[in-house]
Design a protein around this ligand. Sequence first.
Ligand SMILES: C[S@@+](CC[C@H](N)C(=O)[O-])C[C@H]1O[C@@H](n2cnc3c(N)ncnc32)[C@H](O)[C@@H]1O
Length: 174
Amino acid sequence: MADDSDEDNPLPRWLEGDSLAPPCQAGYDVVQALLEFAGVTAKDIVYDLGCGDGRFCTEAAEKFGARSCGIEIEEDLVQSFRAAVEAKGLQQRVRVVHGDLLEQDLSDATIIVMYLLPEALALLEPKLIRELSRGCVVVCNTWGLKSLVPVRQAAVGPFSQTNLLMYTRDSLPP
Ligand SMILES: C[S@@+](CC[C@H](N)C(=O)[O-])C[C@H]1O[C@@H](n2cnc3c(N)ncnc32)[C@H](O)[C@@H]1O
C-alpha cells in the first residue's frame, strides 16, 4: 500500500482554469474505507470525478478487481495517474481521462466517487440525474448532494473524521 507522506500528498494549491475543487487527496485509509462502503466488486465500473492522482481508480482495480475511470483536469495529476496505471500494469482495467468532469459521459458507471466542493456538486446534480444508469451508487466524501437525501452515511478514517454519504440512482428523481 502506498503511504500518505507529505511528499506523496502535497499541500493543496489552486491552479488556473476550470477547477471545481483543490487538488488535495483522500488518504489511502479513506480510499480503502470508501471503496468498501460503496460495496465495490469485480463487476463494477468505478468513476472518480476529479480523480487527482487516480488513487481511487488504481485501488479499485488492484484490490477489488473492478474496472475504473478517473477524470482529472490538472495535467500534472493526470501524468502521475498515468504513470501509476502503467507501473501497476492496470492499463486494461483503468481508463485515464484528461478533461472536465462536467463534459464526460457517465452512463456506464456503476459506482461514482466524488470529493468536490458544494458548488461543484450543485453543478453536477442535474447531470447525474440525467445520465446515471439504474442501480448506480454515488458516494460523496465530506460534501453531499444538496437536494437529495443520502441512503447511508458513515464516518471513516483517522478519528472517524471523514464523512461519507451514499446516494443510489433509484433515490434520485426520475
Ligand atoms: C479534492 S480533490 C479529490 C481527489 C481524489 N478524488 C481524492 O478523493 O483523493 C478534487 C480534484 O478534482 C479536480 N478537478 C477540479 N475541477 C475539475 C474539473 N472541472 N474536471 C476534472 N477534474 C477537476 C482537482 O484538480 C482535484 O484533483
